[in-house]
Design a protein around this ligand. Structure first.
Ligand code: ZN
Length: 451
């Protein structure tokens, strides 16, 4: 069943592992540099699946890793968010036990600069995975998501369809209940005035009662549940303590198509090469760091940060002692507008020395240290994606699972550009001077953090 055991991903993982070995790093996991994790790729069988409400079919998108048969009452739970730090709880006064919860996607007051949910920036609560875990924690048996009528999100690039049919999911996921997204029409069948309901939620930040009579019947079947494995590559430079500082990238990219393959020079050849170079530079120094340096290249980032989620669920070193994560993804190009960013975010005219930083809104202390390290490097640091909701940047990269787990992290990101996730992300377009500077910045910061 291990259909992907011999694969381009394995070739890349072995290449990186060899680099870590040559640099002199120790292996992470029982003598191996590879942390293996299982995947499943379900392909839904639409003819054998349905979602029924009061005898009517509700159209939806989404799959689950296994067959589902359930009949349960419904309960409306706002955005499905429990955020004590913002004194906000959509589940206040609601009994979700044994029920199918109906929630909005996104988070409250997204476009409001004075929102407690970090103004116009996004918070960790916006991500679907957390909403699903929250529903589970409240005893729900399934989640139905209403597409937000008020959304500031840019339309996805045509080639970036995060949940394409047959895409791998993690097999040993903490996620035990299915989550399906309703079409606008079927959402209206359930909650006819959902636009007004959302407006009231955003105005009051208090649960809005929406009575949902009757039950839903959900039957899900998959035609195929292809199973396989992939790997995180992890090399260790032992320090004098068990505390760690992580330098990370992802090495996977998009699968080849009939139209050709995707070189992924910037996404994320750039970050992966930088992590290899950082491993060499740190390992070559005579002086050992006080904290242990861990170099990680994640697998299956493009499938939904699966490698990073696996690391956080199965950390080779305790997360409590993980002092910082510096994630490098797309560090080698000059940011330029794409149809997704045009008119939504501000991109400077000259971006040759420009670098975005994400996560500083959550970890201002770490951001301060980055700024200090940058005084020698001379990059122009930009925090715009911490204050933007249109690109979903906060939860689109491997730093995010660490952020959710409360581990201080930053994503160094030179920004999107034409050719992103296209076959034209090629080596000749890399800005080597920028790559060298970002690598130097990560080195200086990690060096200070590990001291
Ligand atoms: Zn990437």
């Amino acid at each position: 069943m291990a259909a992907w055991r011999w694969s381009p991903a394995r070739l890349a993982a072995d290449f990186i592992a060899a680099g870590f070995r040559q640099a002199g790093l120790a292996p992470c996991c029982n003598g191996s540099y590879l942390q293996e994790f299982p995947l499943v790729a379900p392909v839904a069988d639409p003819t054998a699946s349905h979602l029924l409400y009061q005898g009517q079919k509700l159209a939806y998108t989404g799959t689950f890793s296994q067959a589902v048969d359930l009949r349960a009452p419904l309960v409306f739970a706002g955005y499905g968010i429990t955020a004590p730090e913002y004194r906000y709880d959509d589940y206040r006064g609601i009994d979700a036990k044994g029920k199918v919860v109906v929630i909005f996607e996104r988070e409250p007051q997204e476009a409001n600069p004075t929102s407690v949910f970090l103004g116009t920036g996004l918070t960790k609560h916006v991500a679907p995975r957390g909403k699903r875990l929250n529903a589970q924690a409240h005893g729900a048996v399934a989640v139905l998501v209403i597409p937000s009528p008020r959304t500031t999100t840019a339309p996805a690039a045509s080639d970036r369809t995060p949940r394409r049919g047959g895409a791998p999911l993690m097999l040993d996921e903490a996620l035990r209940i299915p989550m399906l997204t309703l079409t606008r029409e079927s959402a209206r069948q359930l909650v006819p005035k959902y636009t007004e309901v959302q407006a009231e939620l955003d105005r009051t930040l208090r649960p809005v009662a929406v009575p949902l009579a009757g039950e839903v019947e959900l039957r899900l079947r998959n035609r195929v549940e292809r199973q396989g494995v992939t790997w995180n590559v992890i090399g260790v430079l032992p320090g004098r303590t068990q505390e760690t500082v992580l330098l990370t990238s992802h090495y996977d990219h998009l699968p080849a198509r009939d139209t050709g393959y995707y070189p992924g020079a910037n996404d994320n050849g750039s970050g992966t090469v930088a992590v290899l170079e950082l491993a060499r530079r740190f390992a070559a120094r005579k002086q050992k760091p006080r904290r242990t340096l861990v170099f990680v290249s994640f697998g299956a980032e493009e499938e939904g940060l699966l490698g990073a989620y696996h690391y956080v669920a199965h950390p080779p070193f305790p997360l409590a002692g993980t002092k910082a994560v510096i994630n490098l993804d797309m560090i080698g190009r000059d940011e330029a507008h794409t149809p997704q960013t045009e008119g939504r975010v501000k991109v400077p005219a000259d971006t040759r020395r420009h670098l975005n930083v994400l996560g500083g809104a959550y970890f201002p202390g770490l951001l301060k240290q980055l700024r200090r390290a940058n005084t020698k490097v001379g990059l122009e640091l930009d925090e715009k994606y911490d204050h933007d909701s249109s690109q979903n940047a906060l939860y689109r990269c491997d730093h995010f699972p660490f952020l959710v787990a409360g581990v201080p992290d930053l994503w160094l990101f030179a920004g999107w550009h034409p050719g992103y996730h296209e076959p034209t992300d090629t080596l000749d377009l890399i800005n080597w001077d920028k790559m060298e500077r970002v690598t130097q910045l990560a080195f200086t910061l990690a060096e200070r953090l590990a001291r």
